[in-house]
Design a protein around this ligand. Structure first.
Ligand SMILES: *[C@@H]1O[C@H](CO)[C@@H](O)[C@H](O)[C@H]1NC(C)=O
Length: 316
């Protein structure tokens, strides 16, 4: 690819998590449980939203898409991590590494755009309740899902092609549990200035713009509530937006902390734990935070699984 006569690295070693071998089995069981929970929780939500016609509203269509994206996002890193924890020689081929990086970027971006769409949806629902159905038309909903797909496909492709330009020489040990872009850049023996610039500028925009849009939506929601304060309205806001805000802060807090404020000291442990937060913990918590505690979802569970009973109440 580069045409240079160098020893070309054909595979990378993923060092995985900085853990002692006694804890290996315990952590393996923990991560396996977390991954299975993520898959089942998100599948349940997609299933409920597809099967129950009461949930065919814009909010739930976005939620269904978020669940899909969560499911894929954790499937990009977790199966490989679990496999590597059991193997003596935890390697990943060069092409596999770039593929993992591509899908990691794709689903991470998609997730952040969907969080924006959901924040906008809540903003319209609370600030313009009478025009909600006309504003959030099926056409707008579709574009709010399709546009992110197009944008993220190009964004992930850009970083992956820029990474494919680089050559890797002798050092092929990635001190991480997946093919992280910044870890790969540190290993490369070619000039990485262009990559760093693109990550800083475009990556920064792709993280900062959605984050600002979400903050703006919530600022509007809060200011519209404070104009006519009533206990009922405040309750409504906290029930619909509190959970959303907590996911948003967990997701963006760790990403911004990791990529935009890199620490001077190379503390791999801290970085790995923070990456764990948004690659494993957020996709697992999303379905529970957004929906399984919500009345419409419980109704849908009852309707889908116990069709005969109309008023079915779940014990939680
Ligand atoms: C994702 O969004 C699109 C457009 O709004 C919708 O047609 C589709 O059913 C959604 N997917 C899921 C899994 O909910």
């Amino acid at each position: 690819m580069t045409g240079k006569n160098q020893t070309v690295v054909s595979e990378f070693l993923l060092l995985g998590l900085p853990i002692e071998s006694e804890q290996q089995n315990l952590l393996y069981a923990l991560f396996l449980t977390m991954y299975v929970t993520t898959v089942l929780g998100n599948l349940l939500i997609i299933l409920l939203i597809c099967l129950d016609s009461h949930l065919h509203t814009s909010m739930y269509l976005f939620l269904g898409n978020l669940s899909f994206s969560d499911l894929c996002f954790s499937s990009v890193t977790m199966p490989k991590l679990l496999q590597n924890m059991q193997s003596e020689f935890p390697s990943i081929p060069y092409a596999g590494c770039l593929t993992q990086m591509y899908f990691f970027l794709l689903f991470a971006d998609l997730e952040s755009f969907l969080l924006v769409a959901m924040a906008y949806d809540r903003y319209v629902a609370i600030c313009f309740p009478l025009h909600y159905t006309t504003i959030m038309s099926p056409k707008l909903c579709l574009s709010l899902v399709v546009l992110p797909w197009v944008l993220t496909t190009f964004h992930a492709m850009l970083h992956t092609l820029l990474m494919a330009r680089l050559s890797f020489c002798v050092d092929n040990v990635i001190p991480h549990f997946f093919c992280d872009m910044s870890a790969l850049l540190k290993l490369s023996c070619s000039d990485t200035r262009v990559n760093e610039l693109v990550i800083f500028v475009i990556g920064g925009l792709i993280i900062i713009i959605p984050f600002l849009l979400i903050i703006m939506s919530y600022a509007q929601i809060i200011s519209s509530i404070l104009k006519v304060p009533s206990a009922r309205a405040i309750c409504k806001v906290f029930s619909t937006c509190g959970s959303h805000l907590s996911v948003v802060s967990l997701f963006y807090g760790t990403i911004i902390g990791l990529y935009l404020c890199p620490s001077a000291s190379n503390s791999t442990v801290k970085e790995t734990v923070m990456s764990m937060m948004y690659t494993v913990v957020t996709p697992m918590l999303n379905p529970f935070i957004y929906s399984l505690r919500n009345r419409d979802m419980k109704g849908a569970l009852g309707r889908v699984f116990c069709k005969k009973k109309i008023h079915f109440s779940l014990p939680w």
